[in-house]
Design a protein around this ligand. Structure first.
Ligand SMILES: C[S@@+](CC[C@H](N)C(=O)[O-])C[C@H]1O[C@@H](n2cnc3c(N)ncnc32)[C@H](O)[C@@H]1O
Length: 416
């Protein structure tokens, strides 16, 4: 049967755990931070942000369309994700607005990490000094990587800068959480010994005192991070989103600057790396991004979490969608029969249903659309699953289709 489109502004994914773990807001960072302030002011423990770098470039997402592309992991459509074309005034104006709001959202024990490159660095550093106070700068972290090409016109640029500030002197930093045993002891001038238990240690005598360091002792990272590589071309972690950062980088930041149950915020969330790192570490998360493609990534990377997605009011006319519904014992079985988003430029040989990236069935509740069963294509399951089973509850049934361009369409589902 053809379905009637409906307006939805919030969807909730329920894992049946210990209550909401997080929120993803699609839209402008400043507007969404303003909306968060009444509820979250002074409650956020960690802000990580990786804003555009003022490069003047456009950034894309390679989107897979249909079973074949998902299974083979090749091809796809390159869709523009975001543009970094801003004047310095516009750029610093945006960051000033975002940073002042983040400062208010942070608790007194909170911290902020701002990820930038050599272009934006001096300007953003001065802005942060102004908003957070020079005395609250803790580190200028240099993240070194080897990926990308080599330049002959200047030295190859192989690092980003992450500026790390506390909100107040009461900040709660946990260096022990990020200590690790080095894979290989650094060659140095210290004498090597083996103790009676067979453990290797080094020693050095300075000013009459002997210092010993065991090779298997965990050590903390310094402010130069060379041990976390950038994502390689074929890295299984890759979502197809340009500018995606490695999970290991965010896990280090999340672990040292927040504790389980605390709120972690990323106002330029992109492919949701911070949200995934926060969730893996048992933290609660808030992400904001204005690129619609990020919603599909959120649905995939946060699968199984208890979280909400806030969407701006839909202005797009919903495409035709057909579904059928069958009653089983305690469940409705809903089959997606047809969806034609009419997307121009689908790769050759693709059928309209290949444009379905993900879909779900749920109930309309006062708090929004509550997802009960969902499917998103993955490498393992690239073929569109056509049937979803939802438990029989009271209330209005609804269905959502996320298309490959990042649009979400909602429809009412009439019970039989
Ligand atoms: C460098 S990317 C972030 C990448 C992210 N750290 C990751 O691991 O995927 C910057 C993001 O900022 C978003 N963005 C730019 N301007 C924005 C704004 N005014 N409000 C919300 N998001 C914005 C872009 O859509 C983009 O996804």
């Amino acid at each position: 049967m053809p379905l009637k489109p409906i307006e939805v502004n919030r969807e909730w994914h329920t894992a049946g755990g210990n209550g909401p773990e997080g929120l993803f807001c699609l839209g402008d960072a400043v507007e969404n931070l303003d909306a968060l302030l009444p509820e979250y002011e002074g409650k956020v423990k960690l802000v990580y942000m990786d804003p555009p770098f003022m490069t003047g470039d456009r950034f894309f997402m390679r989107v897979r369309v249909g079973e074949d592309q998902w299974k083979k992991g090749r091809g796809g459509m390159a869709l523009e994700a975001f543009s970094d074309k801003m004047s310095r005034e516009e750029y610093l104006g945006l960051l000033r607005q975002v940073l002042t709001r983040c400062h208010r959202l942070l608790s007194d024990t909170g911290m902020i990490f701002v990820h930038i490159d050599y272009r934006a660095h001096p300007h953003v550093r001065l802005l942060l000094d102004e908003i957070f106070g020079e005395e609250n700068l803790l580190n200028e972290i240099i993240w070194v990587y080897q990926s990308g090409g080599r330049s002959v016109n200047h030295f190859s640029r192989k690092h980003d800068v992450i500026l790390f500030y506390r909100k107040t002197a009461r900040y709660d930093f946990n260096i022990d959480a990020v200590k690790s045993v080095p894979a290989q002891p650094k060659p140095n001038h210290m004498r090597r010994h083996v103790d009676p238990d067979g453990r290797v240690y080094r020693s050095i005598k300075t000013n009459g005192r002997v210092y010993t360091y065991y090779d298997d002792e965990p050590v903390a990272p310094t402010d130069v991070w060379q041990d976390l590589s950038h994502l390689q071309q074929k890295d299984p972690e890759r979502t197809g989103y340009d500018a995606q950062k490695p999970l290991a980088l965010l896990e280090r930041i999340v672990k040292c600057a927040s504790r389980p149950g605390e709120w972690v915020l990323d106002p330029f969330a992109g492919s949701c790396t911070t949200l995934e790192a926060a969730r893996r570490g048992g933290r609660r998360f808030i992400g904001i991004d204005r690129c619609p493609l990020t919603v599909n990534i959120a649905r995939r990377r946060l699968a199984g979490a208890d979280y909400g997605i806030e969407l701006p009011r839909s202005v797009d006319a919903a495409p035709a969608c057909e579904a059928s519904i069958r009653s089983g014992v305690g469940f409705f079985h809903v089959t997606l029969e047809g969806f034609d988003a009419g997307i121009p430029g689908l790769p050759e040989g693709c059928a309209p249903m290949d444009a379905v990236d993900n879909w779900s069935v749920g109930y309309l509740r006062p708090e929004g659309y509550r997802v009960m069963a969902e499917f998103a294509r993955t490498r393992k399951e690239g073929a569109l699953r056509r049937e979803l089973a939802v438990p029989v509850y009271g209330g209005e049934l609804a269905l959502c289709v996320g298309d490959v361009t990042g649009r979400s369409f909602y429809y009412a589902l009439e019970r039989i």
